[in-house]
Design a protein around this ligand. Structure first.
Ligand code: AOF
Ligand code: ZN
Length: 359
């Protein structure tokens, strides 16, 4: 199962709207098939592993990180395929909560005479596809907020300069993070001030860039920004409010951008919860938000940040620096958004801490 989990991990970031699943087939003590969910979500892991094993699958054991599917799409279900191949025993880590499956895969296997064991390495398998499980449960993707700030939480100096607060190692880690998630999101102000690429530029992983999402209430994203001008190469979505200016919309669409319209909040800005729901509807399972402070503030305010990845550079910019989380709603300590720290490690001269929200 550990091996199936590491195969599954290969698909992370590229299988949405599907989960990233891994499958290992063993027969007489030998690995006869290995498979993982392919780019775009199909073929499924089990089909890949069965294809590799061929007739050697007969009488073997299948280790799968998710309950095999039971629904018939363009091809037969994975559960049926495993039965037909003559698998003798199937061990899977977690049940598939998709309403089309949810125990039915298990049923098909059992009815087909396959011995089934459920729950091996379930915690690891849940964590691996936490984005998929979050979307099925809540309708929105898992949201990770990534911040890179000084020790006093400033993301830019008073004059707006922000390049580079953290060093090369921390920035490489951010690119690694981008490669494993479905989308990276920023606010329109960050687009105009930083003009980022938002791609993954690690050697060998250039094809792993996530969808780039800009939250842009006024639809002012510049056509000559790096993100918009490369929208035909790397998928780019702009989220704006309903009834946006048609001329602006057409200009962006003409450049290859997908414009997503969602309701506005009382301040006339994109309702961030609705934006996240719209991304879930489009199949995204894990979004990393990379700033700026206003977008981070809106998400923290609405308790929408599930996880935090915070890089700290050993620098201090003082109170005139730009804050990392802009919100004025928190008055008392009891209002604060509370996280549990999972890990802290060094990235060159900087530190990286990972947190999970608990309140
Ligand atoms: C599996 N193995 O590798 C994956 C599964 O749209 P479809 O027909 O491809 O089905 C998508 C659903 O299949 C997805 O929501 C999830 O329930 C399951 N994903 N199942 O047996 C796989 N990726
Ligand atoms: Zn399947």
């Amino acid at each position: 199962m550990a091996s199936a989990l590491s195969l599954a991990r290969r698909g992370l970031g590229g299988t949405w709207p599907n989960p990233a699943v891994g499958c290992v087939l063993v027969n007489s003590g030998n690995v006869v098939g290995r498979g993982w969910t392919q780019v775009g979500g199909r073929p499924h892991a089990e089909i890949e592993a069965l294809r590799m094993a061929g007739p050697d699958a007969k009488g073997g054991v299948a280790y799968i990180t998710l309950e095999p599917c039971s629904h018939v799409g363009m091809t037969r279900s994975c559960a049926e395929a495993l039965v037909e191949a003559g698998i003798q025993r199937a061990v899977f880590a977690v049940r598939d909560p998709d309403h089309r499956v949810d125990g039915r895969g298990c049923e098909i296997l059992t009815n087909g005479g396959v011995e089934v064991t459920e729950g091996l390495c379930s915690a690891e398998a849940m964590e691996l596809n936490i984005g998929f499980f979050t979307r099925v449960k809540t309708g929105r993707p898992l949201i990770t907020l990534k911040l890179a700030s000084t020790l006093d939480g400033r993301i830019a100096a008073h004059d707006g300069s922000s390049r580079w607060i953290t060093g090369e190692e921390a920035r490489a880690q951010v690119h690694m993070l981008r490669a494993r998630v479905d989308a990276v999101m920023i606010g329109s102000r960050t687009l105009s001030v930083d003009n980022p690429d938002l791609t993954c530029r690690l050697p060998g992983l250039e094809m792993c860039s996530p969808v780039r999402v800009i939250v842009d209430s006024k639809l002012c994203s510049q056509l000559d920004s790096k993100v918009v001008s490369s929208a035909l190469t790397v998928p780019t979505w702009v989220i704006t409010i309903e009834g946006a200016d048609k001329g602006r919309k057409d200009a962006l669409t003409g450049n290859g951008v997908t414009v997503v319209e969602v309701p506005s909040n009382l301040s006339g800005k994109v309702e961030i919860g609705a934006a996240m729901k719209a991304l879930g509807d489009r199949g995204l399972t894990h979004v990393v938000v990379e700033g700026g402070g206003e977008l981070a503030g809106a998400l923290i305010n609405d308790r929408l940040v599930d996880r935090l990845v915070w890089f700290h550079a050993p620098k201090i910019l003082g109170s005139t620096g730009v804050p990392s989380v802009v919100t004025s709603d928190f008055v008392s300590i009891s209002d604060s958004c509370v996280f549990q720290r999972i890990s802290t490690s060094a990235r060159g001269g900087d530190s990286m801490s990972q947190f999970v929200r608990i309140e």
